[in-house]
Design a protein around this ligand. Sequence first.
Ligand SMILES: Nc1ncnc2c1ncn2[C@@H]1O[C@H](COP(=O)(O)OP(=O)(O)OP(=O)(O)O)[C@@H](O)[C@H]1O
Length: 351
Amino acid sequence: MKSQITNALSDFFFEYETPRQVLVRNRRVGVVCRIIQLGVLAYIIGWVFIYEKGYQSTDTAVSSVYTKMKGVGYTSVNGTERVWDVADYVFPSQGSSSFVVMTNYIITEGQEMGKCPELPGKHNCSSDADCEGGRYRRTAHGEMTGVCVDSTKTCEVLAWCPVENDHNIPDPPLLISAENYTLFIKNSVTFPLFGVTRSNLVEGIDSSYIRRCLYHPKDAPLCPIFRLGDIVQQSGFSIENIAKEGGAIGIVVDWTCNFDVAVKHCKPKYNFHGLYGHPDEKDKVKASVGYNFRYAKHYIENGTEKRTLLKVFGIRFDIIVQSLARKFDIIPTLTAIGSGVGIFGVATVVC
Ligand SMILES: Nc1ncnc2c1ncn2[C@@H]1O[C@H](COP(=O)(O)OP(=O)(O)OP(=O)(O)O)[C@@H](O)[C@H]1O
C-alpha cells in the first residue's frame, strides 16, 4: 500500500508529458494554416488592439452642469406692453442641468378663492343633479358645489376664480423672440480612475473670448455660449413650431478622451437632439402635444390672497453629459495578448 502511494507520487513529480509535434509537409494544409494564423493576427492587431483599443482601461466621469440664460423678451398683449427678463422666463431659476425657457403662455390674472362656473366645453350640465356637491371631476378646476350655472351650462366649482381658459393658445407664440436668447453652459467632469478633472472652459477660453463668442459647430465648437435659435435648428425643429406648444431638447456634452496623449486634448463636443416637439399636422390626434406646465405667483391685495396663473409653454432643455476616457494599462494589454495567443490554437485544431 505504502509503495503504491510512493509510486504515484514519484509518477506525479518526476514525469512530464508534452504533446508530440508532427511536421506535415502538405502545401494545402500549410497554406490553410497560415491563412488562419494571419486572420487571427489581423483580428488581434486590427480589431482588439487598434479598433477596440484593448491595451487601455476605461473610465466614465462624474460631472456637474451649471447653466445661465441671458436675453430679454417683449410682449404687447391687448395694449399692455411687457418686458420678460431671465427671472421671468426660466424655470427653475437656479441654473440646473434641466430647465425650461418659456416661449408662450396663457395668463389668468387676479384669481381668488371663490365660487364660479367651470369652463364651457368641459364639465357641461343640464341640471343641478349633474353636479354632485363635494365631488371633483378628474380634469376640473375645483370642488363642485352642486349647482349647475344657467348662463354657461357648466357646474359651479369652489376654486381659484375665474378659472383659466386655455382653449386658444396664442399663435404666433408670444415670446418667439426667445430664439435670440443665449445659453451659457458650464460643465466640469472628473475621471476618478485616472485622477483627471476637466472643464468645458478649456485652455484658451478666457473671459474676453466668452464675452464675444457664439457656438458654431465648425467656427467656434468650443464656445460655451449657445444661441437658442441655433440649438432648436440643430436639433431638427423649427422655432415657430416648438415655441407655440413647447417641446424638449437634449444637449449632449460628449467627453471622449484619450489620456495617453496630453490632457489638454480632452475637449468636449456638443450634440443637439430633439426629444419631443410640435408634431406634423397629421399627428393632431395625439394624446399629448408639446410641453407645458402651470405656475402661479401669489400676492395679497386688500387683505385677500390672490394669484396670477400662467400656463407656460416652453422648451425644456436637458443637458446630458456622456463620457469615456481611456489610458494604457498593463492588465488589459496582457489579457488581450493572452486571449490572442489562445485563439492561435484554433489554427492548429482546424489544420
Ligand atoms: N447666457 C449667457 N449669454 C452670454 N453671456 C453669458 C451668459 N451667461 C453668462 N455669460 C457671461 O459669461 C461670463 C461668466 O458668467 P458667470 O455667470 O460666471 O459670471 P457673472 O459675472 O456672474 O455673470 P453675469 O453677472 O453677467 O450674469 C460673464 O461675462 C457673463 O456675462
